[in-house]
Design a binder for this molecule. Structure first.
Ligand code: SF4
Ligand code: SF4
Length: 304
């Protein structure tokens, strides 16, 4: 299973529409999108244009403290206009005038890490999950994912309960080791899956979230290591690998004896088609569309 991650925080409807169009034609059958009505509509438009019928959607939300639900904000009084943030944003969310387009910001922290003056802060932007998740399930979304790498256990419990009450076909837990050690990671998963039937949960083993900027074995190493930790725990779940995934992930998994159910790719998958899908006349340019599909198809194939 190949999952294209459009981004939990990606509210750029046109880019989601184009990504779904390209990757659906390339053989991807599962798309991870932001839990917003207009984004689901945009994804379905892209699917319709692709002519591919059998597509599933996963919507993602996060608990307080998880970076997937944060957006960058610039404090103008501290900004020296050095341009580091603009040059390092992987999603074109910062204009050269050093203004952030919040809809495009996916909370990757790259600008935050590169700012020399501390002018950038990350602020949480949550959705009304009690309203939006039932809407998503009743509109054909079969997977709901919760990013759980924050310290607020009360928020985690509340959101997990709502997800379970929605009865999606699969619930997904996205977890990494940025804030916690292996023991606590596994404790969290065990506690959460105790509320669910066996093999109705996917654990998305996130290496380093949103780190897939290149196509090396080194970049994907942590994702495979995280998958191994989940595999060794023998839990009744399916393992999806993410966070630094690329065209080398499947190969490294096979070398290491990791039995994955799927590979989710965000940063790398978006990056390789970006020169094509960001062109203004994309919808009028069949040659450009076909080139993007050809590149995406190779990645989907490499993940089998
Ligand atoms: S670098 Fe990342 S966090 Fe900063 S604006 Fe761009 S997408 Fe958002
Ligand atoms: S990196 Fe920081 S100081 Fe430089 S332009 Fe961006 S916000 Fe301003």
């Amino acid at each position: 299973m190949f999952k294209l991650v459009c981004g939990a925080g990606n509210e750029d409807a046109e880019s989601v529409k184009r990504l779904v169009y390209v990757y659906a034609r390339a053989g991807c059958s599962l798309f991870d999108i932001s839990a917003r009505k207009e984004i689901l509509e945009a994804a379905k438009e892209g699917q319709k244009l692709s002519g591919v019928a059998d597509i599933n959607y996963c919507v993602s939300i996060g608990i307080k403290g998880d970076r997937h639900i944060t957006k960058a904000k610039i404090n103008d009084s501290k900004c020296i206009k050095c341009g580091n943030c603009y040059r390092n944003c992987p999603n074109d969310a910062i204009y050269s005038s050093i203004i952030i387009d919040e809809k495009k910001c996916i909370g990757c922290l790259k600008c935050f890490e590169k700012c020399p003056t501390g002018a950038i802060s990350m602020q949480e932007k949550d959705v009304n999950y009690k309203e939006i998740l039932p809407y998503m399930v009743s509109n054909g979304v079969e997977f709901i994912e919760l990013h759980i790498m924050g310290h607020d256990k009360e928020d985690l419990a509340k959101k997990w309960q709502v997800i379970n009450e929605c009865k999606p076909k699969f619930a997904s837990i996205c977890i990494d080791r940025e804030n916690f050690g292996n023991k606590e990671v596994l404790e969290r998963i065990r506690e959460m899956i105790s509320l669910r039937d066996d093999y109705t949960t996917i654990v998305q083993a996130d290496g380093i979230p949103m780190s897939g900027g290149d196509d090396s074995f080194k970049t994907t190493l942590q994702a495979v290591a995280m998958a191994e930790i989940i595999q060794n725990a023998n839990l009744p779940v399916y393992i999806m690998i993410s966070g630094g995934t690329n065209s080398k992930t499947a190969k490294l998994c096979k070398m290491c004896g990791i039995n994955y159910w799927g590979i989710a790719i965000g940063s790398w998958a978006r990056k390789i088609v970006k020169p094509y899908i960001s062109v203004p006349d994309f919808w009028d340019n069949t040659e450009l569309q076909n080139k993007a599909v050809e590149i995406a198809s190779k990645l989907v194939e490499d993940c089998k």
